[in-house]
Design a protein around this ligand. Sequence first.
Ligand SMILES: Cc1cc2nc3c(=O)[nH]c(=O)nc-3n(C[C@H](O)[C@H](O)[C@H](O)COP(=O)(O)O)c2cc1C
Length: 200
Amino acid sequence: MTNDLLTLLNQRRTIYALGKDVTLADDEIVTLATDLIQATPSAFNSQTVRAVFLFGAKHDQLWDIVIKRLKSEVPTEAAYENTKKKINSFKAGHGTILYFTDTAKVHQLEQDFTLYADNFATWAEQAQGSSQLNVWTGLANHGIGASLQHYNPLIDTLVQEAFDIPATWQLRAEMPFGSIEAPAGDKDTMAKADQFKVLK
Ligand SMILES: Cc1cc2nc3c(=O)[nH]c(=O)nc-3n(C[C@H](O)[C@H](O)[C@H](O)COP(=O)(O)O)c2cc1C
């Protein structure tokens, strides 16, 4: 492996300070992300990942839904103010990618390949992780920052109604993205001796 992939992977970080000044047009972002998701492997080539791209008013609408939904979950007014600040930092970005799993496809596979039935839900999650990482890294390659959020399942029904999502699509993650207005925080890595074993 050359250093290029490692450099790119290290360039992908969790970016919370997002802005709207991105280097790519919306349709270029969609092409990039959809190409990357289609290039990502999935078990049995099952292609269970679905994605919805929100820009402009639709992006704002998502984060307004989250702010409203969290009101009853946050114990105090002061805590809610902090919550709102955090959610507004995602809204400050340029767009959001919603990642879904097509559960109808997963259930069909469970029926079609009974020997592997117990594996398909896990494999669908692995395809999610692989796809999300590829898109996150692909955006970083264009200087676009992103983070990975999980307000599902709290917002599932609201999102389904707001954006006309098929009933079988289960929301798995929300990825707000935009220009990088401040760098990522420090991050430590484990001692390799604690994390890996090499046997010969
Ligand atoms: C599966 C997964 C779930 C995550 N969920 C969240 C989340 O809900 N909210 C959040 O702010 N960050 C979330 N993150 C980001 C991680 O906290 C972050 O990737 C980790 O601390 C390493 O930092 P880095 O992304 O800058 O390398 C998630 C990351 C992964 C891979």
